[in-house]
Design a protein around this ligand. Sequence first.
Ligand code: SIN
Ligand code: CO
Length: 395
Amino acid sequence: MAKNQTLQLLGGLTPAQFLAEYWQKKPLLIKQAISDFTGLLSPEELAGLACEDEVQSRIVEYKKGKWFASHGPFDDADFAKLPEKPTNEHHWTLLVQSVNHHLPEATDLLGQFDFIPHARLDDLMVSYAPNGGGVGPHFDSYDVFLLQGQGKRLWRISEQTDLTLVEGAPLRILQHFETAQEWLLEAGDMLYLPPHLAHWGIAVSDVKADCMTYSIGFRAPKNQELATEFLGFMQDQLNQDKLVLETGYLTGIYQDADLTLQKHPAEIGHEMISKVSADLQKIKWSDDLVAEFLGVYLSEPKADVMFEANKKMSVHIFAEKLAKLGIALNLKSQMLFFADSFFINGELANFTGESANLLKALADNRRIEPRANLDEALLKQLYDWYIAGYLSFNR
Ligand code: SIN
Ligand code: CO
């Protein structure tokens, strides 16, 4: 990604300018971020996705002053219950998560946001709402780009610091909302919002279409989550004897040749506490180990993601197809790397030299062009990932 190239997607800013001035700092409205963008799928196709088992979806309804949320998979009867002509008193929206796992065009759209590291990207959520629909005034904990597809949406943002939520509501709704600015977004317009900025999007149907909004969402793990996961990772390292400490502490056993008589035999002695404390403090980790932890953890698929194994074929046939078609990450695959360590869907592989360069290209671009004469170990690795369903031949 060229840092100093201005992007229409960023309203004529360079990625470097956007990062320095706006990212995690302040909102940015971009008129015609993508000209001629009217969306990637129809309302019917979105509803179709919401009826599938492995797709996460929600219907949010507002009825006489109260909010309701239900979770998919939905069926025709669920949609039939919704008001055909929504009013201010009764409106609804459908939201479908991780559309990029199902639609190649959605993955391509996310590719335009490559100025943010893949480790920070979450997914593409798509919403559909007839006039007046939306998820109400709220704030999110994560950065988001809200790209308008068909129809229009009135976005209100607030400068308020009062982020008190309505108690007992099935979704996060702000008790009070004070509009500081509002814009009517049309197809191709985009609004960037930093975390914790209160906002409220209200669908506006135009003569041609109801509102569909594409949310390019980012992830930022909680520090507590990272610490919990890291300690679990360290425990695995320890159990697999991978945690070699210079002191040899972890291979030894508790010793107290200097034991002195205690007044209370049931008391845990200060000597024991300080000995164990000093020994525990010998547990150290390097940045390389943290990188391994991050790579495995951040590339792990979400709980509801399943990979379908590809039909078995010989390595020889696989190599032939690779030479003819090239290969791509499956839409559900997440691949990251650090130095010569490659992480795909929570699994680690190490490669150096030309093989590493090729895998870096696969991780960055999600695809590699047709290639023959690959190193044998790399070919075998790609083959295994293909059989596991992590890769697909280029479309
Ligand atoms: C939506 O598309 O309706 C919701 C986006 C948001 O406010 O986070
Ligand atoms: Co939001």
